[in-house]
Ligand binder design. Structure first.
Ligand SMILES: [Fe+2]
Ligand SMILES: [Fe+2]
Length: 334
């Protein structure tokens, strides 16, 4: 379903009913599929429906709602995102995603509220606000404006998501040819990625540059970031692996998923990345962590979604979520 596709009022009502689980028996993965279909519409009606979902109790679902609102990039989503960020009783993962979505929408009108929560007691919330503020500033810089224009013109973009930060300058567009990416430049990006003295926004830029390079060496450099002490930073590395879909990242992702001392947010993102990579070796792990008694809810539910993605990747279904093409399925999670 392309943004220009017309959708009937009945179809929209059916998507809303499924997303909001009005019948009470819609499996979570079907609710996710409806959400992705709504996201692909990229219009204000979809925003309005998605906004109603925040009354749900699944943090996983709610954080995905916020992510999708950011990716739709409509300012009509700002009031509900602000409400979610301001709700200090809300799950920090959901509040983080609301702040990140504000950065994705990149309206200067979101600056005051992001500034207010840059000192939030929850580390992942304050770090996200810091990055979102830097992103809005960068988007409004000369380099940022030029980059956005180039992106709008580019027809062969490998990654179509709106990222929390642009790749490092010089590696801004597309996928660099492997021969032009030297070991020295990967090592340099890795050094930036791991340098805790740098602002998170700069470290994220190195992360997305390494994603665009995408070679096994770049994957190793990214995986070295799992030793960081910021859950936000680590969950973003797992997210990037979910976009890269490199089998080379599987051992690092499995390690994260199985680590009971790791934060739920990081483990959840590792599960979804593994569901996207979908090689036979990952299946038993996803099944195990979907069922284990000691598996946190957000990890269990992520494994459920990941297994649905796995089935999709291994089926002959042409489309995922009624119109989402295969490349969209790797955008799950944030
Ligand atoms: Fe996230
Ligand atoms: Fe996520």
């Amino acid at each position: 379903m392309t943004p220009s596709t017309q959708i009937s009022t009945e179809q929209l009502a059916a998507l809303e009913a499924e997303l909001l689980n009005t019948s009470g028996d819609v499996p979570l993965h079907n609710r996710f599929r409806s959400l992705f279909t709504l996201k692909s519409l990229k219009n204000d009606e979809a925003v309005e429906i998605i906004a109603k979902g925040f009354a749900d109790e699944s943090a996983l679902l709610k954080h995905e709602l916020a992510y999708c609102l950011g990716q739709i990039k409509k300012t009509s989503a700002l009031p509900v995102l602000e409400q979610v960020l301001r709700d200090e009783k809300e799950d920090p993962m959901v509040r983080h995603e609301a702040a990140e979505a504000m950065g994705a929408i990149s309206s200067t009108s979101a600056i005051p509220v992001l500034k207010k929560y840059v000192d939030d007691p929850e580390r992942c919330v304050r770090e996200t606000c810091e990055i979102a503020l830097a992103k809005i500033e960068w988007d409004n810089s000369e380099e940022g404006k030029k980059h956005l224009e180039e992106q709008a013109r580019a027809e062969d973009q490998v990654y179509t998501s709106i990222d929390p930060a642009p790749p490092t300058s010089g590696l801004l567009s597309g996928k660099p040819a492997p021969e032009v990416v030297s070991e020295a430049s990967i090592a340099d990006l890795q050094a930036k990625l791991l340098d805790t003295k740098l602002p998170l926004f700069e470290r994220y830029r190195a992360m997305f540059a390494l994603r665009n390079i995408g070679t096994p060496r770049a994957v190793d450099a990214l995986a070295s970031g799992f030793t960081d002490d910021s859950d936000l930073f680590k969950h973003e590395i797992a997210f990037v692996f979910g976009q890269l879909l490199s089998t080379h990242s599987v051992p690092a992702l499995l390690k994260v998923l199985q680590d009971g001392t790791e934060s739920d947010m990081v483990r959840h993102e590792a599960a979804e990345a593994l569901g996207g990579i979908a090689t036979p070796e990952v299946l038993p792990y996803l099944k195990e962590w979907m069922q284990r008694d000691d598996s946190p809810r957000v990890v269990r539910e992520s494994c459920q979604i990941a297994l649905d993605m796995y089935e999709y990747e291994n089926s002959n279904q042409f489309q995922y979520a009624d119109g989402l093409d295969k490349s969209k399925s790797v955008e799950v999670g944030a």
